[in-house]
Design a protein around this ligand. Structure first.
Ligand SMILES: [Zn+2]
Length: 255
């Protein structure tokens, strides 16, 4: 399992917020991050994560409208075209900063990518299954990748048989209209379940964000609570991924 105490880096529960303030290399003014608000010069890129880049706490509930405004505002100052008449060194910084800005924005504005990114920062390896799924796999001796979420077990069993039958029919050129309708119905049901997972993820986000707030207010965050919050997110993401794959399979059969 990925969420273990051993491979955890120091938890970014505490707000790191704005990157460290240093003097502008050009005019000596105290600069804002990324570019100087006095002389407008691009500053050397700092090796920071995407949350720090935007001066954000490590929270998952995020106002994407504000993030978007911040992105466009920074783009205007960091864009290589704007810094085209600068020295080669500044042009290089501008390129690097812009590229970091684009990556950070693309990742943070998307709810799934944002969650996966935070989990990766926390040392969680997402290609693995959640703790419970891994334990189930060990117990049953099945391959980890094929662990079926418990709430889908029965349905997946039947669905696999139906899909197998539909594939056979297709091969023989003997389509079964009622089977097809059943599969379409199942697809609708699975899609609704998939969409409903955003609500589950939201609940997990709230749980995590509460820990971040607690730490930011000087509270003591228990390691167990932290791991539990992570595991909940991993679990939702894994089940969502499983459903996505399943939907793709059904789609293929129905084509
Ligand atoms: Zn300056």
């Amino acid at each position: 399992m990925s969420v273990t105490a051993n491979d955890q880096p120091a938890i970014p529960v505490a707000t790191s917020s704005k990157p460290t303030k240093v003097h502008c290399w050009s005019c000596g003014a105290m600069r804002a991050a990324h570019f100087c608000r006095q002389c407008g010069k691009v500053q050397p890129p700092a090796p920071v994560d995407y949350f720090v880049f935007f001066g954000l706490p490590y929270k998952l509930n995020l106002d994407t409208a504000t993030l978007g405004r911040e992105f466009y505002s920074l783009s205007r100052h960091l864009h290589p075209d704007i810094n085209a008449i600068s020295s080669p060194r500044e042009q290089e910084w501008s390129l690097q900063q812009s590229s970091q800005l684009n990556d950070a924005y693309r990742t943070l504005k998307d709810p799934i990518a944002r969650t996966e990114y935070l989990l990766r920062l926390l040392g969680v390896r997402l290609e693995e299954q959640s703790k419970s799924a891994t334990e189930d796999a060990r117990r049953t001796g099945s391959s980890k990748k094929q662990v079926v979420p418990a709430d889908l077990l029965e349905q997946v069993f039947e669905l696999n048989m139906q899909m197998e039958e539909a594939r056979m029919n297709k091969k023989m050129g003997e389509p079964d209209r009622s089977l097809e309708l059943e599969l379409r119905d199942t697809r609708k049901h699975l899609q609704a379940k998939h969409d409903g997972m955003m609500q589950e993820l939201q609940t997990a986000w709230n749980e995590w964000d509460a820990l971040v707030d607690c730490a930011a207010n000087g509270g003591n965050v228990l390691e167990d609570d932290r791991l539990a919050a992570c595991d909940r997110m991993v679990d939702v993401l894994n089940r969502r991924k499983y459903l996505q794959n399943l939907l793709r399979d059904v789609e293929e059969v129905l084509e």
